[in-house]
Design a protein around this ligand. Structure first.
Ligand SMILES: *Cc1c(COP(=O)(O)O)cnc(C)c1O
Length: 389
C-alpha cells in the first residue's frame, strides 16, 4: 500500500498493516497520508469522466487495480436554492443533498471506504455503535461485502432508521442511553468476539470516504471552493474529511482558492463542540444528558473533538447551536420551498445560516453551502403527515 498512517495528535507514523485502529501510542485518531502520490492535471480531467465517490481514486486509499466495495455512493446534487434564500432573507445559498446516497445519508461514503479496507485486511465480522445512520450504512456495506455486523443503537433512535438497519441484515441491539453507551458496548463486543470496531475515528478510513464531500464540491464548482460551509456536526468525520480534502486539493494544485470558512451547527440539547469553541478550549467536555431529534447530532463526547476545534479555528469558521423546534420548522420549510427532503440535521444547517448571517459572520454575497446530511423520510413513519387513523 502506498500510504502511511499518522497520529493526528502525537504525530507518530505507522504502516497500514493489520486491522485499522487508533494510534497505538496515545489512543487518538490516525489520519492517512499519501507521500508518494502524484496528481497530474490529466488525472483531474479523468476524474470528471468517472462516476461516484471513487472517481477520485488518486486521493483515496485504494491500490492500483483494486476494486472498492461500493453501492454507487457520492455524486449527490449541489443545488442552488433561490426560493429558500428569498424566503429566509439569505444570499447565494446552495444545498448539498446527501440524502440521495444509497443508504439515505452521507454515512454511505465513510462506510464504503472503511469496509473496503477492513475486508481487504481480513475482517469478516464488524461492530458499530450508532446514533442511527451509520448503522444503516454499516449493515448495507457489510451485506455488499458478504460480512456481518452487530449494531448497537439507542432505543430512542427513529423507528424508520432502525427498521432500515434490520432490513439490510444488521444484527441490531437496542440500548438505553446514547451513542457513548453504545460505544462502550461495541468495544466490549469487539474484545469478546474479535469483530472489528467501525466507530467514528477508531479507524482512519471513514474520514477518507467523507473526504470525497470536499473533492466533489470542488469539482461541482468547477475546481473552485465556496466561501463558507455549514455542517451539522456529531462525530465530526465530515468536517475533518472536507478540511483534509481542501488541503490536499490545494497541495495537488487542483484548486487555488482559499479554504472555505467551516461552521459547525449542533442542537442546544447536545452542543459540546459549540461550547468548547466559544470557551476557546482545545478539547470538549462530554455533554451531560444529551437529547435532540437530530439523532446524528446526539454525540456527547466525540473522539475527534481536538481535530474539529482546530479545523474551525484554522479556517476562521465557527460554531452555533440551534433549538430542535427551529431545526424542525426549517426542515419543513426547506422541504416545501425547494422539494429537497430535509432531515432535522439539514434543518439545523438552515437555522445556522440565518443565525450566522444575523451575527455578520456570513454575508449575503458569500457563496454558502448548507448540508442536508440525510433524507427526511428516515425520521418519519410512513403516514406521519397524513393524520387520521
Ligand atoms: C452522522 C450524521 C451527522 C453527523 O456527522 P459527523 O460526520 O459524525 O459529524 C449529521 N447528520 C446526519 C444525518 C448524520 O447521520
Amino acid at each position: 500500500m502506498d500510504w502511511i498512517l499518522e497520529c493526528s495528535d502525537c504525530g507518530i507514523t505507522a504502516a497500514p498493516d493489520g486491522l485499522p485502529t487508533v494510534c497505538l501510542a496515545c489512543g487518538r485518531p490516525l489520519l492517512v497520508r499519501y507521500p508518494g502520490r502524484e496528481h497530474p492535471m490529466t488525472e483531474r480531467a479523468e476524474a470528471r469522466r468517472r462516476h461516484g465517490m471513487w472517481r477520485f481514486r488518486s486521493f483515496l486509499p485504494l491500490e492500483g487495480g483494486e476494486e472498492p466495495i461500493t453501492l454507487g455512493e457520492g455524486d449527490t446534487p449541489l443545488l442552488r436554492a433561490p426560493r429558500l434564500a428569498s424566503a429566509l432573507g439569505l444570499g447565494d445559498i446552495w444545498i448539498k443533498d446527501e440524502g440521495c446516497n444509497p443508504t439515505g445519508s452521507f454515512k454511505s461514503r465513510g462506510l464504503s471506504a472503511a469496509i473496503t479496507r477492513a475486508v481487504r485486511a481480513g475482517a469478516t465480522r464488524f461492530v458499530v455503535p450508532t446514533a442511527g445512520n451509520a448503522g444503516v450504512a454499516s449493515a448495507a456495506y457489510a451485506a455488499r461485502a458478504g460480512a456481518s455486523v452487530r449494531v448497537f443503537a439507542p432505543r430512542t433512535t427513529p423507528r424508520t432508521i432502525l427498521s432500515q438497519i434490520v432490513s439490510f441484515g444488521g444484527d441490531l441491539v437496542l440500548l438505553d442511553g446514547h451513542i457513548g453507551d453504545c460505544g462502550k458496548a461495541s468495544r466490549a463486543y469487539a474484545a469478546e468476539t474479535g469483530a472489528m470496531d467501525l466507530s467514528t475515528l477508531r479507524e482512519p478510513y471513514r474520514i477518507e470516504g467523507k473526504k470525497t464531500l470536499g473533492l466533489e464540491i470542488a469539482m461541482q464548482f468547477n475546481w473552485t471552493l465556496p466561501d463558507a460551509i455549514i455542517y451539522p456536526t456529531g462525530g465530526g468525520t465530515g468536517l475533518i474529511g472536507m478540511w483534509k480534502a481542501f488541503v490536499e486539493l490545494r497541495q495537488a494544485g487542483w484548486v487555488t482558492s482559499e479554504l472555505p470558512r467551516l461552521y459547525t451547527v449542533q442542537s442546544t440539547g447536545c452542543a459540546p463542540i459549540v461550547k468548547a469553541f466559544a470557551a476557546g478550549a482545545l478539547q470538549a467536555e462530554p455533554w451531560p444528558d444529551p437529547w435532540t431529534i437530530a439523532s446524528g447530532l446526539r454525540v456527547p463526547g466525540p473522539l475527534g473533538d481536538k481535530l474539529m476545534l482546530r479545523v474551525l479555528r484554522e479556517t476562521n469558521g465557527g460554531a452555533v447551536a440551534v433549538t430542535d423546534d427551529t431545526m424542525g420548522e426549517l426542515a419543513r420549510l426547506g422541504t416545501q420551498q425547494e422539494g429537497v427532503d430535509f432531515s432535522p440535521e439539514g434543518g439545523a444547517s438552515l437555522a445556522a445560516a440565518i443565525e450566522l448571517q444575523r451575527q455578520g459572520a456570513i454575508r449575503p454575497e458569500d457563496r454558502l453551502i448548507v448540508f442536508n446530511t440525510g433524507a427526511g423520510w428516515l425520521y418519519r413513519g410512513g403516514a406521519d403527515l397524513l393524520g387520521g387513523p
